[in-house]
Design a protein around this ligand. Structure first.
Ligand SMILES: [Zn+2]
Length: 336
């Protein structure tokens, strides 16, 4: 069965020394300290160790063959968003990353689909780069769960969403710069607690800010099964009902109205939770996502979906149908 993984990350094998070039820090560099391995460094600070499956299309294809994944949707690693940088510098970084992904997609169109990244701190530049992304063969962009001081309801960001809807661009929202990170360094809490909260923050901001109300055709998918949003929908709805003076100030509609507008990846690591997500929304709003190649992702992408008792048509929907619809692609493009 055609299997498309909508949530995978990639980075070029060599990243220019942007900190040196632009004259200030914060940009990621790769230190290739041994074969097939590299350290991601922010200045002198170690961020994460990665392997060549993080940059090599060929290694990825081999692993995909082992995992029976046919197609990966490629997006950058969120630490590369660089929204904090000067817009023109973020644009340069974004273009470098986007050209890298576009090149891989062009070389292996049956195996990879690309999402770009854009300098969202400058929405006009972001719109221009979004257009360029679509022209060079990417299907949309990945964005962060917030942009510096803006949540995703910020009026400044609306023209960008409007343009994405017009272009039929897929948007993948990924948590990053997790809230409370400084206060919970131990136990990997930014990843375990902060990330699911970030994703709910993004969904609630878009719903209550009226983005889905005003752009009913926009195609937005949220990482990690929507984070804590699906499991706290009762609380969110109750808040909307009991304190409309706080919640319903920009959009007068019940948040559940928008469940049909929202896509989720399947990365929940728990059968009961995936079953809940299937009841919460519909199979045609859930797509396989694994967070490949990172350890908090699904070791064998698709194994949770494949391990569940689901009708074949539901499995097909989760493994490829929803992804194709979200990406605006036709199954016949893939010869699998
Ligand atoms: Zn991810």
């Amino acid at each position: 069965m055609l299997t498309i993984d909508i949530h995978t990350h990639i980075i070029p094998e060599n990243v220019p020394a942007y900190a040196q070039k632009f004259g200030y820090g914060g940009f990621i560099q790769l230190e290739h300290h041994k074969p097939c391995c590299a350290r991601m460094m922010i200045g002198d600070k170690f961020f994460r160790e990665i392997q060549d499956n993080c940059w090599s299309a060929e290694t990825r294809m081999k692993e995909c063959d082992n995992h029976r994944v046919n197609v990966q949707v490629l997006s950058t690693i969120p630490v590369m968003f660089s929204y904090w940088a000067q817009p023109k510098h973020c644009l340069e970084v974004s273009q470098f990353l986007n050209d890298h992904i576009a090149d891989i997609v062009q070389r292996y169109p049956q195996r990879f689909i690309g999402l770009g990244t854009v300098p969202l701190q400058d929405p006009q530049l972001a719109i221009e780069e979004l257009h360029r992304c679509m022209q060079i063969g990417l299907r949309g962009v990945q964005i962060g769960s917030h942009v510096n001081d803006w949540n995703l309801n910020a009026p400044e960001l609306f023209p960008f969403f409007e343009e994405a809807a017009k272009l039929n661009a897929a948007i993948f929202v990924h948590p990053w710069e997790m809230m409370g990170q400084q206060d919970m360094q131990r136990y990997w809490l930014p990843w375990l607690v902060g990330m699911p909260a970030e994703t709910s923050r993004a969904i609630c901001s878009m719903i209550f800010g009226g983005v889905f109300e005003r752009l009913p055709n926009i195609k937005v998918a949220f990482a990690h099964g929507g984070g804590s949003f699906p499991s706290t929908i009762g609380r969110i709805e109750h808040g909307y009902n009991c304190r409309p003076d706080l919640v319903a100030i920009d959009n007068p509609h019940n948040p559940r109205k928008y469940l049909d507008n929202i896509y989720f990846d399947s990365l929940v690591h728990d059968k009961l939770m995936l079953q809940y997500l299937l009841n919460f929304t519909k199979p045609n709003r859930i797509a396989l996502g694994s967070d490949y190649p990172f350890p908090l992702g699904e070791d064998i992408p698709g194994s949770l979906i494949k391990s569940m008792w689901l009708e074949d048509d539901v499995k097909q929907q989760l493994l490829n149908g929803t992804a194709l619809e979200w990406l605006g692609m036709d199954r016949s493009f893939f010869t699998v």
